[in-house]
Design a protein. Sequence first.
Length: 196
Amino acid sequence: MLSALRHHRRLVLVFFLLAAAFLYFAHIGSYHLIELDEGRYHRIPMEMVLSGDYVTPHFDYMPYFEKPIFQYWVTALAMKLFGFKEFTGRVLPALTGFGNVILAYVLGRTMFNGRTGLMAAVILATSALQLIVASIGVLDMALTFFVDACLVAFYLFERTEEKKYLLLFYASMGLGMLTKGLIAIAFPVGILFWYA
């Protein structure tokens, strides 16, 4: 059995990725907006689409500058494509939750081997807290993804010394900053300070 799985490694990986994608995306439109924050983060992009103003976020038609704009833009794009539905406000958290699973695979494979990477991805994909936060339209999963992407990119840069990973590190930090602010710089820099 194990030798057959080793022989069909790519097939197992593709099956796992399809199963994880189903786990993260299939249900995000099947329930109403849950949390107060989720309603706010859904309303602001809706007002962007209705007004055509994608620069200044508005909540109840009043300027709202409490959070950065990246999630609003992604949600507004989803609303333009699919309409004003519950799942459009959960597209970015679901995508970044799924992205975290892929990052766990990449890091485990790079540090150890493909089996370890797959096991790390399976454990993260089925983690209850990860799945719950990826299923509601709040900023935390996107922030987690961008911080994870910073750390994985830095590790890959350290191992290979290829500049593309350093560029990915900075791009992830920038997108994290556009998602939740300075914490997207403080976390990776602080972690790497203690790592160094």
